[in-house]
Design a protein around this ligand. Structure first.
Ligand SMILES: [Zn+2]
Length: 202
């Protein structure tokens, strides 16, 4: 057995991608993936050392995520950590095909949309953001999903939400069939009412 540099991915026949290590640290991986990474790290010093580097890099991202500044899909573990950190989490859970009245207050740290959905058989899932007419504005492609999970937990950027005017946003979860055609898994409408004073209030 040769002794290489600590942290040299060359030591590892199958090094874990840095992005996956970062997601692991952010607790953003699906549970099965998280367990696979955990198991790999137990037996691989090279990837363990790389994780340390990623943690240093991801520290900034993690702080942003923890502060609720990023629009991203999060795990139950992330929410648990946030609550343990004393952050105030505001959560809305519109039914599939339905809508919910929502807002955000100055005291909220994290804003969560819990999208109930059946994900069985869906390998790639995109989260699409649309205006009130249903016109897609942008999407988060290939979001982390947990096999057998009954919901996708989506964190809206609290910075964005606090600045947003009263508005309606439609969120869609879509997957793809074998031919690559898009198939809708669920559609959710957020009727956001601004309750904070400021430039966006009218
Ligand atoms: Zn490795």
């Amino acid at each position: 057995m040769s002794v290489g540099n600590q942290g040299d991915p060359g030591n590892c026949p199958n090094p874990i991608d840095a992005a996956v290590l970062a997601d692991y640290w952010l607790a953003a991986l699906a549970k099965s993936e998280e367990e696979a990474v955990e198991e790999h790290l137990l037996g691989c010093d090279g990837c363990g050392a790389r994780l340390t580097e990623v943690i240093a890099l991801a520290g900034g991202v993690r702080n942003l995520a923890r502060k609720g500044c990023l629009r991203m899909v999060v795990s139950e573990a992330f929410l648990k950590r946030a609550a343990e950190d004393g952050l105030r989490v505001r959560e809305y859970a519109p039914p599939p095909g339905g809508g919910v009245e929502c807002t955000v207050t100055a005291d909220d740290d994290i804003l969560i949309g819990r999208l109930a959905v059946s994900l069985s058989g869906a390998s790639r899932v995109d989260l699409c953001f649309c205006d009130e007419r249903g016109l897609e504005q942008f999407r988060l492609p290939d979001i982390p999903v947990q096999d057998g999970a009954s919901s996708v937990v989506y964190q809206e950027s609290i910075t964005f939400a606090k600045a947003a005017p009263t508005t309606t946003m439609i969120v869609r979860l879509v997957t793809f069939d074998e031919a690559g055609s898009e198939r809708m898994l669920g559609e959710y409408t957020f009727h956001h009412t601004r309750s904070l004073p400021g430039p966006g209030a009218w």
